[in-house]
Design a protein around this ligand. Structure first.
Ligand code: NAI
Length: 250
């Protein structure tokens, strides 16, 4: 059954964002698949179309204020006012603190934190008008600290504070805000981490299993399933939470 809701999923051309966009389309939502380059969104949009869902591709840098305003306006005009937002776009610029450049710090903080802020500020007014909304922000188990990721762990911890504040400010408008903090999920991002630290991806996955209670690596669909629950109409009494999707206690 088609839901009346329009969702924007950022960073949705691949990985967790792509799985989430496809899952929300399956749930009946109309989905704006947003990523840096509109062309890169096409395969996800086509897959959704083929499965009988409804989606559009939108190109925008979430850290660029004017691009965000333009992108959200496009969504409103082409498919309707968005009432679901998944702030998923992310990058890594890992380095030990003593080697980390200010550019590496700024790039990560800008995409994760400024990006989530700009997208949420632009979309919340459509949610408050509708008196209904769902916001899900991607944090990470790295919010608890991770060697080589001072920038990323600060951003992911910041996302948790941001989420709780959104829940407080927007609750009276029927809007919930929650964060999902995934553990090790098999995507291009974690494959790039293996490359950076000079180990094979299979080797990294094998080594990580030791720390994961359920003894398997996570998949983008594991995260998409949690997003699907948090944005569902019946989840309206769950807000300001951080849900660890990590195969065990974080
Ligand atoms: P990914 O690297 O496979 O995909 C990220 C997507 O975000 C890419 O399509 C990229 O083009 C897009 N993106 C990057 N900068 C952007 C910008 N400025 N504007 C718009 N789009 C932009 O990453 P993955 O693994 O799918 O991660 C998705 C989210 O989940 C990220 O926020 C990441 O930090 C978080 N996460 C991932 C985990 C993992 O193990 N893969 C674990 C915990 C959190």
């Amino acid at each position: 059954m088609r839901s009346p809701h329009v969702a924007i999923v950022t960073g949705a051309a691949r990985g967790i964002g792509a799985a989430t966009a496809k899952r929300l389309a399956q749930d009946g939502l109309t989905v704006a698949v947003l990523d840096l380059d509109e062309d890169s969104c096409k395969p996800v949009v086509q897959e959704i179309d083929k499965a009988g869902g409804r989606a559009i591709g939108v190109g925008a840098d979430v850290a660029d204020e004017a691009a965000v305003a333009f992108a959200v306006q496009r969504v409103v005009e082409e498919v309707g006012a968005p009432t679901v937002l998944v702030n998923n776009a992310g990058i890594l610029r890992d380095n030990l603190l003593f080697k980390m450049t200010a550019d590496e710090w700024d790039a990560v903080i800008n995409v994760h934190l400024r990006g989530a802020f700009l997208m949420t500020r632009a979309v919340q007014r459509h949610m408050t008008v509708a008196a209904w909304g769902r916001i899900v922000n991607l944090s990470s188990t790295c919010a608890l600290g991770n060697r080589g990721q001072a920038n990323y762990s600060a951003a992911k911890a910041g996302i948790q504070g941001f989420t709780k504040t959104l829940a407080m400010e927007l609750g009276k408008f029927g809007v919930t805000a929650n964060a999902i903090a995934p553990g090790f999920i098999e995507t291009d991002m974690t494959a790039a981490t293996a490359e950076r630290i000079g180990v094979g991806f299979e080797e990294l996955k094998e080594a990580s299993l030791e720390e994961i209670a359920v003894k398997r690596i996570g998949t983008p669909d594991d995260v998409a399933h949690a997003v699907s629950f948090l944005v569902s109409p019946d989840a309206g009494f769950v807000s300001g939470q951080v849900l660890y999707v990590a195969g065990g206690p974080a």
